[in-house]
Structures are given as C-alpha cells and as structure tokens.
Design a protein around this ligand. Structure first.
Ligand code: ZN
Length: 295
C-alpha cells in the first residue's frame, strides 16, 4: 500500500476527520537517520501528525512545523510538512534505547520527558504564527490533543502509531485526527466518544491491511463519513547546494573570513535528509563578496 492521506466529513457536517498511512516514509526516515526504534517511533508519530496538520493549511506555499523539546534523552523531535503531502523531520538524538514502559510498549514519553510542544505555521508572511504548550505525556498524540484544545479551542481526538517488525523495520505507521465542529450535537459527541473508547490502535488497524478510509469508518461508525480528498504523501527534502550557501552566509563575515584564512573545506550535512554538501574556499570568498556588496 502506498502512503496516502484522506480527509473526510460526516454527513451531518459535525465532524471533520483525517487519516494517513505512512509506513513507507517512516521507514525511509528511519533509514536516513539510522534511528533506534524509540527514535523512529517518536519521529514517525510526529511525521504523521505533521502531514495531517499540513493538510489543514490553506495555501500551497504554507508550511507547518511541529517542534518538540523535552528533557528526556531524545531531546528534540522536529517535523515540517506542507499542503502538498511532503514531510521531513529528525530526532536530535537518534541512538536512544530505553526499557519498555509499564504497558510493555516503546517508552516514547520517557524518551521525550518534560518540556514543550511548539507549532509554527508559516504562511509566507513576515512573522510566522507560533504557539507553544507544555507537554502532557510526551507520547505526542496526547500532547497535540492538548495543543488543539488550548491553542485552537477545538475539541480534537488524535491517534498516532508506529509498529515494528522483528528486524526493527517499520511494519505499520500512520495516524488519524477527528475534530468536532462548533455546532456538533450531543448525540454526535456521544457516538464519537463511544467509538473512540472501543478503538484499539492505529497500527492494529493498518497491520490487518486496512486502509485510512477503513480506519475513519471505524472511528466515525454510525456518523456516515464521506471522503472529500485523497492524496499521496512522501518524505521530501528540498535542500540544495545553493540553499546551503545561504546558510553559510548567516555565519557572518568574520567567521567566513576565518574559514577562508584556514583554507579548509567545510562539509555540511542536511539535518533532514542526510545529504552532504562540500564548500570550498572559493565558496567562502564568493559569499564574503556578496555580503560586502549587499552592505
Ligand atoms: Zn535535505
């Protein structure tokens, strides 16, 4: 099954919903970053959530970033997505290994610890929209649920999951998000709560070969969901040598002059996709010239 996302609306238009399957792209991210299972789980959950929140954006050029900063060994988890179904991300400490939590699951909450969850929406304007909440459990789905309640005043239920094969490749991954519209009736709320209570887990559904449409049909059983969008999603990084040059320029004239004097090459690795770019003294000279001309 290809990675894809669906968007749905119940017939009474009281609940909007999203579901995504991300097994392939979470596996790709795991390989790029050589992530331990707990790092791959934290990143996979965040990538799936970013894709769903990316689908809520209004314009092609808009970007959403979920940035989790905790005091646990994983330290930071970051994912950025757009409305075109592209996502990228990384965990700052990809080697973390922890014993399972008391339910016998990967201890993602323990890996992240206490800290903050920040959502940045970049609409291409001067100032991006930034909103931050404290982490609730560090398990990511609960933290995002809290974010939607606090920052967007929208009752939201979120499920995220990453399941591994015995050889620690990804067996299933994805997520869902359902949101109550302000005019939702008590009856709808009741049905939704009952469905969510009986829902096992995202990966339980996907490991059986079920689709995102099947998943939403389960969560929204009795509410007659209609699907309004289906799009493929992928891990994508648009880094380039050129963009790396611009990054080097931010080091400032003084540092660049030092590098030039030292005469050493600089290798810069893209933190999202692991691509390596080598910059030579010719590049430093060029940037310094540009900085001087733009003064
Ligand atoms: Zn890259």
């Amino acid at each position: 099954m290809k990675d894809y996302l669906v968007r749905g609306l119940t017939k009474n238009e009281e609940v909007r919903a999203f579901a995504v399957t991300t097994k392939n792209l979470v596996e790709e991210a795991r390989k790029i970053h050589d992530n331990s299972p707990i790092a791959a789980a934290a990143l996979g959950r965040t990538l799936s959530a970013a894709l769903i929140m990316g689908d809520m954006l209004k314009n092609e050029k808009d970007l959403i970033t979920i940035y989790i900063q905790g005091d646990g060994p994983l330290k930071q988890v970051l994912a950025t997505a757009n409305d075109r179904g592209e996502v990228k991300g990384y965990v700052s400490n990809p080697d973390v290994i922890l014993p399972p939590n008391k339910e016998g699951h990967l201890n993602v909450g323990g890996g992240i610890g206490k800290g903050t969850l920040t959502v940045v929406k970049d609409y291409g304007l001067k100032e991006p929209y930034v909103s931050q909440v404290p982490l609730v459990t560090g398990e990511i789905a609960e933290d995002l649920t809290y974010y939607f309640a606090q920052s967007e005043q929208t009752p939201t239920a979120i499920g995220l999951g990453v399941l591994f094969n015995k050889d620690v490749t990804i067996a299933a991954a994805g997520g869902f998000l359902v949101q109550l519209m302000p005019h939702a009736s008590e009856k709808t709320v009741e049905i939704l709560e009952r469905n969510l209570k009986g829902f096992r887990s995202v990966t339980d559904v996907y490991r059986e070969g079920k689709t995102p449409e099947d998943l939403l049909s389960l969560v929204l059983e009795g509410l007659d969901v209609q699907f309004t969008e289906r799009k493929e999603v992928r891990f994508a990084c648009h880094c380039s040598r050129e963009k790396g040059l611009r990054g080097l320029a931010t080091l400032g004239r003084e540092t660049l002059q030092e590098l030039l004097t030292e005469g050493k090459e600089q290798e810069i690795t893209c933190e999202f996709c692991g691509k390596k770019y080598i910059y030579t003294t010719d590049d430093f000279r060029k940037i310094i010239e540009l900085l001087d001309n733009n003064r």
